[in-house]
Design a protein around this ligand. Structure first.
Ligand code: XMP
Length: 515
């Protein structure tokens, strides 16, 4: 295992993912982790992340200085390197020129850490301070035009520092450098594989659960589907999957999901049809947050009822992923105050999710995985691509894509329009070009003409966006002929719609969903 000590960098998670891409397990821990704790964990190597501070800020995060003497190889990245330099007796000063963006790495020692990294390769820089004087025992491995010490090492102690960010995609030689560190310097073996994960997860589930019964709320997303599969493999019919159909899913999805699980995976699913209940509950409600509140609350009610009826259960399976685990860790610090801050501001709690105080014990076999790793596991166990690569779908579903009041008629209209959007996009093989591609129904009507008839019907909004993580997004530039095909089909085939409009707002200032 490689441990990443997080000094508040937005890239700490990315470093962990890069390490795992080399098939070596990695974990992100707080910069406050002590040498003693690290000794217990016994990692093969440690990476110090970057961070927003200057090492000379009053409250700049510092590591336990004993870490330098553990004999475990360390790679300091950006702030991590500056901290290494400062704590070991060198000097860090504000750089002559703040360096931000791509820089050409000129290599002075092409061995060891920089083996197979091409001279002149591009690396991504983002720093205000620089190393001005090396600590004793260190030498320069590479420089750039503005940064004399861009990569440094103390070979005897296996301490390394890089001023650039090898983890970002713009750093062309970054992965080669990371591989050198992981394989040659830390002597790791490529043991973090999907097969090994599945095997171990199954073993752990069996050990934790024993003969007890487990309940799982299946949603149709990749997380809960993968979870169901793993648990079923581990404990067979001690697992009960419940699928709650609140009536706000996309067209044909509930039926398809249940069929897939029953017939292809031979995993029984308890289908709970709560459509009427939810529809009655949101009747007349127009406020988006009130919709979310009611749906979220009702979901828990229905789930609890189902658990009583089908139970008793001892465990609840949850699809907690590694980023949720890191986010709740004590890692992020404001450089000015030393206070803990959340780097990521979650815009939504999963409304389809469950509260923390249900009286079950939890089993969370995916808690070590990043989303892309869940996809890999899902794929390896035979989940179809439509689930593995499914675009995000909000817990309250179509309820927040019908602006204003939700009625059965409006739901049917939106479902049909939404299906056409998906069909036209799938037909062209461009589903993965979008973070999300969907339809929204507006509660107003406008005049149109069809044949000789005047129409007075709803408009449908096309919302097609690209995004990395849903926190920011851009509207997708879709060729006109595709928009035309979608618009024609919706207006001609969906009764109740006579106009299609395109949302050309990015996030911010818009949001992805309309409610
Ligand atoms: P916004 O609309 O805030 O959405 O730009 C960002 C991402 O979150 C999803 N989203 C939700 N997910 N419950 C969810 O589980 C919700 O209430 C909810 N609202 C928005 C949205 O689809 C997008 O991916």
């Amino acid at each position: 295992m490689i441990v990443i000590l997080d000094f508040g960098s937005q890239y700490s998670e990315l470093i962990a993912r890069r390490i795992r891409e080399t098939q070596v397990y990695s974990e992100v821990l707080s910069y406050r982790t002590t040498a003693e704790q690290l000794k217990q964990l016994n990692p093969k190597g440690i990476i110090f992340s970057g961070g927003p501070s200057s090492v000379y800020d009053d409250r700049a995060p510092e590591c336990d200085p004993e870490i330098w003497h553990l004999g475990i190889p360390v790679l300091g990245v950006c702030y991590g390197m500056q901290l290494m330099v400062k704590q070991l007796g060198g000097k860090v000063l504000p750089a002559q020129k703040r360096e931000y963006g791509k820089a050409s790495l000129l290599i002075d020692d092409p061995t060891d850490l920089l083996t197979n990294v091409e001279d002149g390769t591009t690396m991504w820089m983002s720093h205000g301070d620089s190393c001005a004087e090396l600590p004793e025992g260190f030498e320069v491995l590479a420089h750039t035009e503005n940064t004399p010490c861009a990569a440094i090492a103390n070979y005897d102690k296996k301490l390394y520092g890089v001023q650039f960010h090898p983890e970002v995609v713009h750093s062309i030689g970054g992965l080669a450098l990371i591989r050198n560190f992981v394989y040659h310097i830390c002597d790791c073996e490529p043991t973090w594989t999907t097969d090994a994960f599945v095997e171990e997860a199954i073993r752990e589930i069996r050990a934790r659960v024993g003969e007890k019964r487990v309940l799982l709320a299946l949603s149709g997303g990749v997380d809960s589907s993968t979870l169901a599969f793993l648990l079923h493999k581990a404990i067979g019919d001690q697992l009960t999957c419940v699928f709650i159909d609140q009536g706000f899913m996309r067209k044909l999805e509930p039926e398809r999901l249940v069929k897939l699980f029953q017939e292809q995976f031979h995993i029984p699913v308890e289908y709970v049809n709560a459509r009427d209940r939810f529809l009655a509950l949101v009747a007349g409600v127009t406020d988006p947050e009130e919709k979310r509140r009611r749906i979220g609350h009702e979901f828990i009610q229905v789930f609890e009822e189902a658990s009583k009826q089908l139970g008793p259960f001892d465990y609840l399976a949850q699809g907690t992923l590694y980023p949720d685990v890191i986010e709740s860790a004590d890692t992020n610090v404001d450089p000015k105050t030393g206070e803990r801050v959340a780097v990521k501001i979650k815009s939504h709690h999963n409304v389809g999710g469950l509260p923390k105080d249900l009286r079950f014990k939890l089993v969370e076999p995916l808690r070590k995985l990043f989303k892309d790793e869940v996809r890999k596991v899902g794929r390896s166990i035979g989940l179809p691509e439509e689930i593995v690569q499914r675009q995000p779908f909000p817990g309250p579903g179509l309820a927040i894509r019908i602006i204003g009041e939700i009625t059965a008629e409006r739901l049917d209209i939106l479902r049909d329009a939404d299906l056409i959007v998906r069909q036209e996009i799938n037909r062209r093989g461009i589903y993965h070009d979008f973070w999300q591609a969907f339809a929204v129904l507006l509660p107003i009507r406008s005049v149109g003409v069809m044949g000789d008839q005047r129409t007075y019907a709803y408009p449908i909004v096309l919302r097609l966006v690209s995004s990395e993580d849903g926190m920011t997004a851009d509207w997708s530039r879709v060729p006109y002929d595709i928009l035309e095909a979608i618009s024609n089909r919706i207006v001609n085939e969906v009764k109740g719609v006579n106009r299609v409009v395109l949302d050309i707002t990015s996030k911010p200032p818009g949001t992805i969903e309309w409610e």
